[in-house]
Design a protein around this ligand. Sequence first.
Ligand code: SF4
Length: 371
Amino acid sequence: MDIKKYFRKQLLDWHFTANNRQLPWKEEKNVYRIWLSEIILQQTRAGQGMKYYERFIKAYPTIEKLAKAPLEEVYKLWEGLGYYNRCKNLHNTAQKIVFELKGKFPHTYETILELKGVGPYTAAAISSFAFGLPYAVVDGNVFRVLSRFFGVDDPVDAAKGKQIFQQLAEECLDERNPAAYNQAIMDFGAVVCKPDLPDCTNCVMQKKCFAFQQEAVALLPVKEKKTKQRSRWFLFYVLEQNGTIAVQKRTAKDVWANLYQFPNEEYTEEKTWKQAVKKDVSKWLQVNNIRSTHQIVSITKPLKQQLSHQTIYATAVLISLKKNEKKIKHFEWKSVAELQHLPFPKILNDLLNAKILQLFQLNDAVIKQKT
Ligand code: SF4
């Protein structure tokens, strides 16, 4: 039997007889739900994405509800999931479909691909799952399975390698049942041919798997570039004045874009906080021509958050500004009750939960971490 036919047959047999991976969006035919799950799953593990998917379906059971929701509210629901541009695109696209396309979801691969936040992988997934169109998904799971089974050692992160894998994926696709095939290869990569410790002993492809036969499982797939890691140190200033707290929206194209934060300074290395605090606070007061006296209430222990390409360290410095002084203008001043409706990065919610607000004796209204 032709090797690609063998691969397809083994994969589908496994899918229909042994694949018991449970996911809330599996077998889903509603295109809104499929699209929502695929956007959530970009750069997110299925286990983490599941609770967000359920949360979104509960809050916005239809695309109309999502389109009509205020953006801030949608961000609040997305809080903690990261890659916040996805959230903005999700809301934009819902509005486009509801208000411009009269609620009709595009139903060809090309028109789906034109939607904001949809790349070739997501377009193939939506096309095949919702409309039965013959497009093969190619993501990290697929690279891994194909690379190991067929022994392809072209780098998966190089243009040429991507092309080779795309073509191979299309040749393996079951055009009569692209939805089942795509689901099968994604699940197979997630539960059998896993990145670490693949279950080769019980694998149905073992007999003809290149990597297994050649003892090259750990060597495939190949990556050309090593991802650069960087570390960032943030000093967040929780400024309190008359029971209100200073916040600002992050507008830069960076982590946490469009979420709220406390005024902060970023450093490329760990700083002695005493020097930094004095300098930073006087800078803000000077900019606003304010001679306010202030009292440092407390400094939290630094928290660490590992993102895919960066390590973030965050320390909160709690400062009480003199009452009845004029407020620093370029910050928004919010009551604790108002803070609870604003979307914050996970690390700031963690800091808030680390008793920041209790220290200001505002303990009845600590923001609950939503994730
Ligand atoms: S034998 Fe191992 S490496 Fe080959 S497809 Fe199966 S799980 Fe993957």
